[in-house]
Design a protein around this ligand. Structure first.
Ligand SMILES: NC(=O)c1ccc[n+]([C@@H]2O[C@H](COP(=O)([O-])OP(=O)(O)OC[C@H]3O[C@@H](n4cnc5c(N)ncnc54)[C@H](OP(=O)(O)O)[C@@H]3O)[C@@H](O)[C@H]2O)c1
Length: 509
């Protein structure tokens, strides 16, 4: 249960001597978390990183090359100097496993050790593909949660289970979206009931009916989207993340004779690190970064979106700060039988909204002042980009600009006995691909909800109270190494001098 006050020192102290299991450490967010724990609390007992690999040696290799040896660990490396490798060897244990399997695919002996050792479990692993295969998304985002809960139940000393979900799991709703727990069976459509077992059976049926390979992949992707839409979600990712959350209540809170506090952290769109250890660092291309990259390359003349709408973004280091603070705040006191699940939106739309226009203006300013150079060193002029404010207007544009000329090419092709067959099928495929992207991402671009974060605000207030009563209080919130208050962010400055350069440096390279 929540204790009275919380400050940076308490958070750091908490992780001393603790053993933590983290999934998703090779991913964007997981890596930031691992780095932060190792940087602020070198006396953490062990950090177990479950990664997909064929054996222990490959798991260790993955952790080294994709996590600890990356530029993100520059400060930890600097601090430990020549002792860095030994430090990592002492603290980080790579485990070859996969959350889609019972017991996470781990040997019984490893499982027994985890059950004895673990104090904290953080599930950050997910398949984040909006339009992924339904079977894969169910396996990772839903059954993966079940398997981690099963491990959690075996851990006698477990103090907190932290699950990373997404704010968009609550659906494309307008207005204030509260940090409410999802009950099992809940859907966004009234009158419908979500039955996981039925969904798994459906997947099995399609697997049996459609031959493995390209056709099955397509069928699974379509099935995921169809089921998500049927129950009211816009894509397979957010739908299965919501389902995963539903299992937490059933599997972790109803335990014979005990309980473990469950924290669900729901970030909105996670952007590059704002402060430590490496401003601008990020991995992978998120929705809004497609716009930055397209603009940088000047190969996007138009985009879907309304510049007046708010995009809910939050820097990765703030998400990790909130995760660590929440884990500490809810960690079970010795001997307590907590049965509480608490949801935290880690978002910005309520406290410090950032409209798309800020991103666009910052990008225009950045690329006008520092234009990109072409292959021959020529300056690529920065052009205006056109934004379609509705999906309908975009569809009309696509019809006139591409679909009608395509139909004419089709006719010409028939007249010329298939002379343009290849060109026609190539262009048709591209057209269908763009329209499909719009179908999947469109609802996201026009999202009109606002994430309430009253639970997180309470946590912030507790941190602030503790800071104010501290004799070292210098009134500068930004100095707090666990700050997760979006109000301190100047979005113009963040996009212009941190995020856009970060995308160019770490993603576009
Ligand atoms: N990024 C965002 O904007 C955002 C926003 C809201 C919420 N989230 C949530 O935050 C979490 C982390 O997201 P992210 O952006 O860091 O994702 P990411 O970069 O795509 O990383 C996903 C991680 O999950 C691991 N993983 C996937 N399937 C697995 C399996 N079967 N067994 C074990 N590990 C598996 C991946 O391992 P491999 O390296 O082996 O693929 C990778 O380490 C996710 O739960 C996501 O839903 C992210």
């Amino acid at each position: 249960m929540m204790a009275d006050s919380l400050d940076s020192e308490k958070i750091i102290e908490y992780f001393k001597g603790k053993s933590i299991l983290i999934t998703g450490a090779t991913g964007f967010l997981g890596k930031i978390l691992v780095e932060k724990i190792l940087r602020v609390q070198p006396d953490v007992k062990k950090i177990f990183l479950l990664v997909r690999a064929i054996d222990q040696a490959s798991a260790k290799q993955r952790v080294q090359s994709e996590v600890t040896d990356t530029e993100l660990f520059c400060l930890v490396k600097e601090k430990h100097g020549k002792g860095f490798d030994q430090f990592i060897d002492d603290k980080v244990v790579a485990l070859a496993g996969d959350i889609i399997y019972e017991d996470l695919g781990l040997e019984p002996i490893v499982l027994a050790e985890l059950a004895k050792e673990l104090h904290v479990i953080v599930n950050g692993a997910a398949t984040t593909n909006f339009y992924g295969r339904y079977d894969v998304s169910l396996d990772v985002n839903v059954l993966g949660v079940k398997h981690l809960c099963q491990l959690a139940k075996k851990c006698a000393g477990l103090k907190v289970f932290l699950h990373v979900s997404t704010a968009y799991a609550g659906g494309d709703r307008e207005g204030l979206i509260q940090e409410r727990e999802f009950e099992e069976g809940w859907t966004l459509r009234e009158g419908l009931h979500l039955d996981l077992e039925a969904e798994l059976r459906l997947v099995d049926d399609v697997r049996r009916e459609v031959e493995e390979g390209k056709a099955q992949r397509k069928a699974m992707k379509e099935l995921g989207l169809a089921r998500a839409r049927h129950f009211g979600w816009s894509n397979t990712y957010v739908f299965t993340k919501a389902m995963g959350e539903m299992l937490l209540g059933r599997l972790l809170l109803v335990r014979g004779g005990g309980g473990v506090p469950v924290v669900v952290v729901r970030p909105s769109i996670i952007t590059s690190i704002r402060r430590d250890p490496l401003p601008g660092w990020m991995q992978g291309t998120r929705t809004i970064d497609t716009l930055i990259i397209g603009y940088a390359k000047q190969n996007l003349s138009c985009f879907l979106g309304d510049l007046d709408l708010v995009m809910d973004v939050i820097p990765g280091d703030m998400v990790v700060n909130a995760m660590m603070a929440a884990a500490v705040a809810h960690s079970a006191a010795a001997g307590s039988q907590s049965q509480q699940l608490t949801v935290y939106h880690v978002s910005s739309s309520l406290r410090n909204p950032a409209p798309y226009a800020v991103l666009y203006e910052s990008g225009r300013r950045h690329f006008t002042e520092k234009p990109r150079l072409g292959k021959r060193g020529e300056v690529i002029p920065t052009k205006e980009m056109h934004f379609f404010k509705t999906i309908k207007s975009f569809q009309l544009y696509m019809l006139i600009r591409y679909r009608l000329p395509l139909e004419m090419l089709h006719l010409l092709n028939l007249l010329l006995c298939g002379f343009f067959s290849r060109l026609y099928s190539d262009l048709s495929r591209k057209y269908r691909y763009v329209m499909q992207l719009v179908d999947v991402y469109g609802p996201f671009a026009f999202f009109k909800g606002c994430f309430d974060d009253i639970n997180l605000e309470r946590l912030r207030q507790r941190m602030k109270q503790a800071t104010k009563s501290s004799p070292h209080d210098d009134d500068d919130d930004d100095d707090d190494m666990f700050n997760f208050d979006p109000k301190i962010i100047d979005w113009n400055d963040y996009f212009y001098s941190i995020h856009i350069p970060g995308v160019l440096k770490y993603v576009l390279k």
